[in-house]
Design a binder for this molecule. Structure first.
Ligand code: CA
Length: 233
């Protein structure tokens, strides 16, 4: 983390906005905030924040439109903080370019953990290393081999591409559509069964317990999140 990462908060609900401001301050982040989409773009351009927290229901428009606008100019991490329980809204936000989401009411600890993960990922993406590691899994970017517990992991070409995409997007919620588009191609973006099948075969190769996965987590109705959680062991 930088000395003081600046977080832009876009939230029109005053109590929630106050809670976010206070929590960010308490956890050592710098913050600027605003209440609508029009101000949000100005604040973004003016402050160059390290991360954006955005509510979906804004008085002058949809937070998703703001996310799309930002994605045209920047890769800054965006976390949606939303009361909308509709999974399709979350999927649409992630497809629009958000990195993660958290539902209201949220736990401050969890939100801060998500912020730290997103910030770390954004920084790591700029470092070119020859190896990507996640728990007992690693991908050697030079030999292009996957290693699991020190041994070469045998994968089919699709399994390889899928695991590579997961490894490159650790800790990020990926929608079914995003994964299918990236691994199989645009024409396959609705072939959910392909994805389910390959996630199952991958889990058999890397998970000790496929029903309680340590690496490939199911985000119900949304997609998957690849991470290393020891507590699942
Ligand atoms: Ca709102």
């Amino acid at each position: 983390m930088n000395l003081k990462d600046l977080i832009l908060v876009v939230e029109d609900d005053t109590p929630v906005k106050k809670l976010l401001e206070m929590s960010l301050k308490e956890y050592g982040f710098g913050q600027v905030s605003c209440e609508n989409r029009a101000q949000a773009m100005k604040m973004f351009l003016l402050n160059n924040p390290s991360l954006i927290l955005v509510d979906l229901g804004l008085p002058d428009g949809d937070g998703k439109e703001f996310i799309k606008e930002i994605r045209e100019v920047s890769k800054v991490p965006i976390i949606v903080v939303s009361a909308r329980y509709d999974e399709s809204e979350i999927v649409a936000s992630l497809d629009a370019g958000a990195d993660d989401y958290i539902k209201k009411p949220f736990s401050v600890n969890e939100l801060m953990a998500r912020i730290r993960v997103s910030l770390r990922r954004a920084t790591n993406n700029e470092i070119t290393e020859d190896k990507i590691v996640c728990g007992e899994l690693s991908l050697d970017l030079i030999s292009r081999d996957f290693f699991f517990k020190g041994e070469i992991l045998k994968l089919t070409p699709i399994e390889y591409e899928l695991l590579k995409y997961f490894m490159l997007n650790q800790n990020k919620t990926l929608t079914h559509k995003q994964i299918l588009k990236e691994v199989w191609g645009v024409a396959y973006q609705h072939e959910m069964q392909y994805l389910r099948t390959y996630v199952n075969t991958l889990r058999k190769k890397i998970e000790k317990n496929s029903t309680r996965p340590r690496y490939i987590k199911t985000e119900s109705c949304i997609g998957y999140r690849f991470s290393n959680s020891n507590e699942e062991e």
